[in-house]
Design a protein. Structure first.
Length: 276
């Protein structure tokens, strides 16, 4: 199964790599061939979006089967929410156990995890989100007359030493810069961002998917729409998006599966926790 997904930015997106230019943090970029040369174009990582989806999926999964998030062991929490870690313990996940995992915990089937000395691979892959612009038309299949250069903006922040903290305030106009004696500025820095109105397109693929796994994915998208933020500084309103995704299964099939198998799932989780 392969589905397209579009995220329309409703506020500037801050998503960075390791590159800086002076005090400016540069947006994460990927090279694309355009007009005979390779150029760096800002993108949003599919892995970052997959991480958001995983946390949403696992929190919802535990809630639906009646287990408090704080009521599970740290090892089980790490396995579910971050992918676990390989250990030198006994073998886990023979063929039958892998099938049981995929049946009873569709989110783990989608995202995968390291369990014991094996890594049952997740079925779901999320592509890199590319901006719809004239330079990426060959890669997105979407026509645009707008250059990605016009989608970039620079946002200025200051760090104030009188607060003795890391709180940062957006400089919106010259009024914020006055009275340095009253508001001494320790440091000014800049962040490159993709502007509101930019459309980012990608695709989600589930290999050998079944109806319950596809319904699970749609439940995750529905939950994400309730708090649709990506990238950095979301607490201050950055990275809000509108989601465009055409699902056909709906979440009801997945939620019915959890309800009908709740006791068996809880027992399976307890057994899994004991093996970690």
């Amino acid at each position: 199964m392969k589905k397209d997904i579009t995220l329309k930015l409703l506020s500037p997106l801050m998503h960075y790599g390791d590159e800086r230019m002076g005090t400016m943090q540069i947006a994460r970029c990927m090279k694309f061939e355009y007009d005979g040369e390779f150029i760096d174009i800002p993108v949003y990582s599919g892995n970052a979006f997959r991480g958001i989806m995983r946390r949403i999926a696992m929190r919802d999964f535990l809630e639906k089967i009646g287990i408090a998030e704080e009521g599970i062991s740290p090892k089980l929490y790490y396995l579910l929410f971050t992918g676990g870690t390989l250990t030198g313990g006994g073998r886990f996940c023979e063929i039958g156990e892998k099938r049981e995992m995929r049946r009873l915990c569709p989110p783990l089937s989608l995202f995968g995890s390291a369990i014991g000395d094996q890594i049952p691979e997740g079925k779901m892959k999320v592509g890199i989100f590319k901006p719809i612009c004239k330079e990426t038309e060959d890669y997105t299949g979407k026509h645009s007359d707008i250059s990605f250069y016009d989608m970039l903006e620079e946002i200025f922040y200051t760090r104030r030493d009188d607060l003795k903290s890391t709180n940062c305030d957006l400089i919106q106009d010259s009024e914020d810069k006055k009275d340095k004696k009253d508001n001494p500025v320790q440091m000014k820095y800049e962040m490159q961002a993709l502007s509101a109105g930019t459309n980012l397109v990608s695709s989600i693929v589930i290999e050998n998917s079944n109806d319950i796994e596809e319904s699970c994915l749609e439940s995750i998208i529905e939950k994400f729409k309730e708090m649709p933020f990506i990238g950095g500084k979301s607490a201050t309103g950055h990275g809000e998006v509108e989601v465009f995704y055409e699902g056909k299964k709906g979440s009801e099939l997945y939620y019915n599966h959890l309800e009908q198998n709740k006791d068996e799932i809880r027992e399976w989780l307890r057994n899994l926790e004991g093996k970690l």
